[in-house]
Design a protein around this ligand. Structure first.
Ligand code: FES
Ligand code: FES
Length: 160
């Protein structure tokens, strides 16, 4: 099997590694770098469990090859969690019972953060539409929408 050397930035750290040409980004992050916060569900772009950020925008880690990310900046749930960027979202997910098994949660947090990053307070319908590409088998979504809405309101200066 062919392998290529790639250089990229992962959670602010430079990474140079030889990777199988057919390996997906999410498998590279999990298997080669030990960043197991990004999950693998459907493996064909439907469930959102593998969501990561590529050059600032969320992408499906199962639909990209690692070699396509040569030269890119990748951020995973570990990075945005360690930096504190999503600390308020995480606390509100916990407070509002917006996770049960947690399998969807890393992708859900990254999707939510993308929606909220410009300081807007989206409607519940907008939140619902935005996270429609992230499946949750446990919560029924209402608590997740509550948590995202509450975080948006808190960031805008309202009450949580
Ligand atoms: S594992 Fe990538 S979208 Fe489901
Ligand atoms: S909390 Fe289990 S899949 Fe969402």
């Amino acid at each position: 099997m062919s392998a290529l050397e790639i250089s990229l930035t992962v959670n602010g750290e430079p990474v140079r590694q030889t990777v199988e040409a057919r390996k997906t980004l999410v498998d590279f992050l999990r298997d080669d770098l030990g960043l197991t916060g990004s999950h693998v569900g459907c493996e064909h772009g439907v469930c959102g469990a593998c969501t990561v950020r590529l050059d600032g925008a969320i992408v499906r880690g199962c639909l990209l090859l690692a070699v396509q990310c040569d030269g890119a900046k990748v951020e995973t749930i570990e990075g945005v969690s360690d930096s504190g960027e999503v600390a308020d979202l995480q606390a509100t997910f916990q407070k509002r019972n917006a996770l049960q098994c947690g399998y969807c949660t890393p992708g859900m947090l990254l999707a939510a953060q993308e929606l909220l990053k410009d300081g807007q307070v989206p409607s519940r319908d907008e939140i619902r539409a935005h996270i429609s590409g992230n499946y949750c088998r446990c919560t029924g979504y209402h608590a997740i929408i509550d948590a995202i809405e509450a975080t948006a309101q808190a960031r805008a200066g309202g009450s949580r």
